[in-house]
Design a protein around this ligand. Sequence first.
Ligand SMILES: [Fe+2]
Ligand SMILES: [Fe+2]
Length: 140
Amino acid sequence: MKSYPIEGKYRIGIEEMDAQHAYWIHLIEEFRRTASGHLIDGQGLSAAKHALGQLLEYTREHFRSEEIFIEARGYPHMDAHRRQHAELEAEVVKLLDEIVAHKTNTTPLKLNLFVTVWLMEHIMEHDKDYARFLRERAAA
Ligand SMILES: [Fe+2]
Ligand SMILES: [Fe+2]
């Protein structure tokens, strides 16, 4: 996994997770870049499909890794966090299905780019919650 810098607003203060988030955000941005262009041609579509496939794969990897990380440290809201991950993962799967199904119609894809915004919001809201828990517990 290549390492990427992470923007301050996404930093949760846990090195291992910040590194994973930085790579994940890089893949999200890659996908947004390919998907916001002109996808009418087959080449653009296949680039977007490829980028989203990679994003889905790493989304799964990061979520599993993070769940193991926070569960091992006694985070009390595991069920809710797991559910959030499952919902986000399902949205990415849906988006990938849409790209595959709508081979030439790019409207649904453009409309659904907000899925990628939810992914980033998850870090800022929910991942920061476990980071706060771990920090407070370490200080106690
Ligand atoms: Fe995360
Ligand atoms: Fe998370």
